[in-house]
Design a protein around this ligand. Structure first.
Ligand code: PMP
Length: 324
């Protein structure tokens, strides 16, 4: 039977690990459940992070752990959720989580949610529950994406407007907007969609920030165009400037995507993924461009501890059990 929702390439299933941290203790993976009438289920009242832990010659290390936990704390503050843990404590919990599960490389997911108690929209009387899980997770946009690039379309869905859901908060509710963008792209045979802001300029992918390379300069949409304030975005801006490349945060009209020399996505999951076509128009040579390749190499080498960590972006996890 024809399945209208079939996608052109497979997605990998979640791979469980041993323990999930919840409100101060480690519990078995399968016990980390929430009641169906928890506030978060009806209202998407949760904020979360996605963080990668890489293998380095000195053992596993979490990339930009402090920055991610700071964003989690900020997301909770925007929604007036009282988070009983500081960013510093959350970094320590993340390190312990990776050690307890003895898994690296991995992806770390802290979640702060409004729990069970009342179902009024306000939600403030519900408990705040904090979870943190980790599991192995490979290339987000497919195995080939990093070298060969991805095909994208401009989405018919806009990124949510700035005065609707605040884009600086990494809130579960935002991901319904992302889901519309990604799903439309995938059922039409693209890897990913690019959303325009409500003013018609480029915002970002469903889970990635977007960069344009044109005439040796790099452009990326400003935060006022409603992208998430991506940590890989910030990292890449720094690396590009260090390499002497001019970077501007500026409005990008849709058609500039078609005439770019290079385009790429950035994100914790997607890392730095070249974009090889937009709406079936090849970008540049249709292959990964030289500036994308240089930034990718620099980024991955720093994350893997192969080049000096000159900004202190890596937090060592400590020794894993299997290494003892
Ligand atoms: N935009 C959205 C909507 C995202 O979900 C993500 C992934 N967190 C990004 C951009 C990239 O952000 P980061 O580099 O911090 O992972």
């Amino acid at each position: 039977m024809h399945n209208a929702f079939a996608v052109p390439f497979g997605m990998s299933a979640l791979q469980s690990t041993r323990k999930i941290w919840r409100n101060g203790e480690f519990i078995p993976w399968e016990d980390a459940t929430v009641h169906v009438l928890s506030h978060v289920i009806s209202c998407a009242s949760a904020v979360w992070e996605g963080i990668r832990c890489y293998n380095t010659p000195l053992g596993p290390a979490i990339f930009r752990a402090d920055r991610h936990m700071r964003r989690l704390v900020d997301s909770a503050r925007i929604y007036r959720m009282e988070l009983p843990w500081t960013a510093t404590q959350l970094v320590e919990i993340a390190r312990e989580l990776v050690r307890v599960n003895d898994v690296s490389p991995c992806y770390i997911r802290p979640i702060v949610l409004r729990g069970y108690g009342s179902l009024g929209v306000y939600g403030g009387e519900n408990p705040i529950d904090v979870y943190m899980a980790c599991w192995p997770w490979g290339a987000y946009l497919g195995e080939d994406a990093l070298a060969r690039g991805v095909d994208v379309c401009v989405s018919s869905w806009n990124r949510m407007a700035p005065n609707t859901l605040p884009a600086l908060a990494k809130c579960s509710a935002n991901y319904m907007n992302s889901q519309l963008i990604r799903t439309e792209a995938m059922i039409n045979g693209y890897h990913e969609g690019v959303a325009l802001n409500v003013d018609g300029t480029v915002s970002e992918g469903s889970a990635e920030n977007l960069f344009v390379v044109r005439d040796g300069r790099i452009l990326t949409p400003p935060l006022a165009a409603s992208p998430l304030e991506g940590i890989t975005r910030e990292t890449v801006i720094q690396l590009a400037r260090d390499a002497g490349i001019e970077v501007a945060e500026t409005e990008i009209p849709r058609e500039m995507l078609y005439v770019a020399d290079e385009l790429f996505f950035t994100g914790t999951a997607a890392e730095i993924s070249p974009i090889r076509s937009v709406d079936r128009i090849p970008i540049g040579s249709g292959k990964r461009g030289p500036i994308t390749e240089m930034l990718q190499a620099e980024f991955l080498a720093i994350a893997a501890g192969e080049r000096p960590d000159r900004y202190g972006w890596l937090t060592a996890v400590g020794v894993l059990e299997h290494a003892l």
